[in-house]
Write a protein that binds this ligand. Sequence first.
Ligand code: SF4
Length: 468
Amino acid sequence: MSGTFLGMPAFPANAAVAVRDSQLRYNLRRATRTIRGKRAFMVDELPDWAELRRAGKEIKDHTLRNLEHYLLRMEEAVTAAGGHVHWAADAEEANRIVADLVKATGETTVVKVKSMATQEIGLNEALLAEGITAYETDLAELIVQLGDDWPSHILVPAIHRNRSEIREIFQEKMADWGRAAPEDLTDEPRALAEAARLHLRERFLSTKVAVSGANFMIAETGTLVVLESEGNGRMCLTLPETLISVVGIEKLLPSWRDLEVFLQLLPRSSTGERMNPYTSTWTGATEGQEFHLVLLDNGRTNVLADEVGRQALRCIRCSACLNVCPVYERAGGHAYGSVYPGPIGAILTPQLRGTASELDASLPYASTLCGACFDACPVAIDIPEVLVHLRGKVRHARAERLGMRVAGWVFDRPTRLARAQRFGGRLRRFVPGRLPGPLSGWTDTRDIPDIPAESFRDWWNRTDGGAR
Ligand code: SF4
């Protein structure tokens, strides 16, 4: 994954800073509650939502079980349609392929459709190092790029910004990237959208190379599918002379019939709409446009090898799990230190990047395990199950495992438990109010409960259940 976020402190330290930012919390609460409400309404009106959800899960599981077969089929179909397929094992290879393709056109600028995969590999930074400037065209991504900021939500990357902040960014930074914002720009949504539209239109009409991701790839015909709301995607996909799509290998669907399920699941779960405004599909090269597909692994085959963790590859990046997560709503997306924030980020990032860094090792703990994410997920990813599984794998879980083994041994025999309770009762005066050293996190925000002088069991025996 991209180094953009690497070197950040662990989640608890990031979250502690974020929760003190009252403006951020207000922005997040407002935005997540609005999307959450819309989604709930749209899901409730479908009588067969549970069946759709099950179908989505099963289609994805089937595809992942037969991934090699469908990938080869995709390659064959794209090639037959005049496109070129490139295989990238990791971020470095993917970035090199894209940079070489752009250089071969002689261009030094590209326009981009919003794409998590290209953010994951740090494509913009890699292109810049080769003298190529990538211009984001999704409105929220544009705000993030102009603000020299990081995305903090999968669907709404600038969710942490309010209207007046966006106006300031446009006025201060737009001129550095192309057409300037009007001097009398207000923070009215219509005025902000118009400033972005005029700024971007110049870019669309003058740029000859586009880079996109895809929400889905259909192996049967070699077709790519992008769902979006602003029409910027369609401009990027159709106007430039060269189109390069960087897509994670897990985005495959076997057939068009399968797409029907996801065209219902995704818009309802993400923007809370029955249907998204723009669905673009393209197959291979078209007249006047060269097409390259970069199939990206970057850790996905490792995730696939993990029997519990592989369900994360079913994710369709709808962001429903973020909008229902009490931790995300308070900590915001930046605390996760990855382009994948929230519950899905807490299970996907440590699997893609590993848990060697302090930040990545802390992500499986960035959850209360309340299960709201699982309930909301349209492809039934059991995020709490994967979180617990990953907690068992991170370094400092050794101490936790030892503690659990001791607890298991004590709880295994009533006589052992009774002795331990009596022992605890005798030591109660020496128990500190706060735990020391690495255990101090437990008592930073809560007191250790008092140990009773007498256990319930001893009280029951002594009083015959309260009768004496
Ligand atoms: S894990 Fe599920 S709810 Fe979360 S973004 Fe992925 S598909 Fe959506």
